[in-house]
Design a protein around this ligand. Structure first.
Ligand code: CP
Length: 361
């Protein structure tokens, strides 16, 4: 049985397979209208969502299946103190597959260890959002026809932007990709993304605080929201909230075939006057999310019965670092009663929390 906790759980060939399947679904929806007859998807959203939850639910319905679940932690027994592990153990008795969003980083990794059915990370805190990345990859393929030879600008809150982290991890595996990271210094990508992915894979990347300066180079501009809910104080959020605003004027120097993406929701970072620009693809991107999630549900249910599957993420090597604790207050290991566990991530002996990838102290 396979789960999806991060984009790196999938090989490049498996991603190609999901994208091909999604394209086939788009071409002939009727062919897939009954492939999940009698199956149930549970959507467990401990944090708000519009696109991810509803596109998962629409995806399962269009495959002939049914959905159950909750859209806020307040309507679940989490409010009575039930742990993530116990919740998942229960829900996997009621459903064939689970999509789960949680504000704590690493919560889906804890959950999948107790799940009797495939579990999908639908976003964990500021850490990862792999199904958004699959959505982004389908969009890139439909717009560009390739995953290689691209200059990608990632703009906004790159520190807490889980969609950015997952997209970088995925795109690092393709050739001739250049990343331009556009953010205020305080919101730059976490160190582990630079060292363990960009540098480890020998990727070309640059950091800047000026969108205008790099606009002419970009094939893709991936805008992100500065997320109020991730900041410790309102003052910090207000300082950064309007750091980057894309408008028609700033697009004057952009390539004619630029693809403008955004995982949505947007607040101020893309002016509505950009929406009519043929290069703006963020609403098509949201629709692609339904098709790729249909492909993912079909694939994980097919893999469910595969035995001797050595790639399952639950078996990844863990090590004990005596006395070490994860220093990330948003990590599940600091909230629920589970052991602090780490993994070796490079030859220099760097250890990172298996749940949130924070470096061991
Ligand atoms: N892109 C995304 O995750 O949107 P929601 O928060 O609405 O699910």
């Amino acid at each position: 049985m396979r789960h999806l906790l991060d984009t790196t759980d999938l090989t490049v060939e498996e991603i190609d397979g999901l994208v091909s399947l999604a394209l086939d679904i788009i071409a002939d929806k009727q062919k897939y209208a009954h492939v999940c007859d009698g199956k149930k998807l549970a959507t467990l959203f401990f944090e708000p969502s519009t696109r991810t939850r509803l596109s998962f639910e629409a995806a399962m319905m269009e495959l002939g299946g049914n959905v159950l679940g909750f859209s806020e932690a307040g309507s679940s027994s989490a409010t009575k103190g039930e742990t993530v592990s116990d919740t998942i153990r229960m829900v996997s008795c009621y459903a064939d597959i689970i999509a789960m969003r949680h504000p704590l980083e690493g919560a889906p990794r804890v959950a999948c260890a107790k799940s009797g059915v495939p579990l999908i990370n639908a976003g964990d805190g500021g850490h990862s959002h792999p199904t958004q990345t699959l959505t982004d990859l389908l969009t890139i393929f439909r717009e560009k026809g390739r995953f290689s030879d691209l200059t990608i600008g990632l703009c906004g809150d790159l520190k807490f932007g889980r969609t950015v982290h997952s997209l970088i991890k995925a795109m690092c595996r393709y050739s001739n990709i250049k990343f331009i990271l556009i953010s205020p210094k305080e919101l730059s990508v976490p160190d582990y993304i630079k060292t363990d992915y960009l540098e480890e894979q020998g990727m070309e990347y640059a950091e800047t605080q000026s969108m205008e300066e790099v606009m002419p180079q970009l094939d893709i501009l991936y805008m992100t929201r500065v997320q109020r809910e991730r900041f410790d104080s309102e003052e910090e959020y207000l300082k950064h909230k309007d750091a980057f605003i894309l408008d028609r004027d700033k697009l004057k120097t952009a390539k004619s075939d630029l693809t403008i993406m955004h995982p949505l929701p947007r607040v101020n970072e893309i002016s509505t006057d950009v929406d009519d620009d043929p290069r703006a693809k963020y609403f098509e991107q949201a629709l692609n999310g339904k098709y790729i999630r249909m492909a993912l549900i079909i694939t994980l249910l097919k893999w469910k019965d595969v035995v001797n599957d050595t790639e399952t993420v639950v078996t990844q090597p863990k090590i004990t670092v005596t006395g070490a604790k994860c220093t990330n207050p948003r990590c599940i290991s600091n909230v629920e009663d589970i052991p602090h566990e780490f993994k070796l991530t490079d030859k220099k002996g760097t250890c990172r929390c298996i749940y949130c990838e924070t470096k061991a102290n």
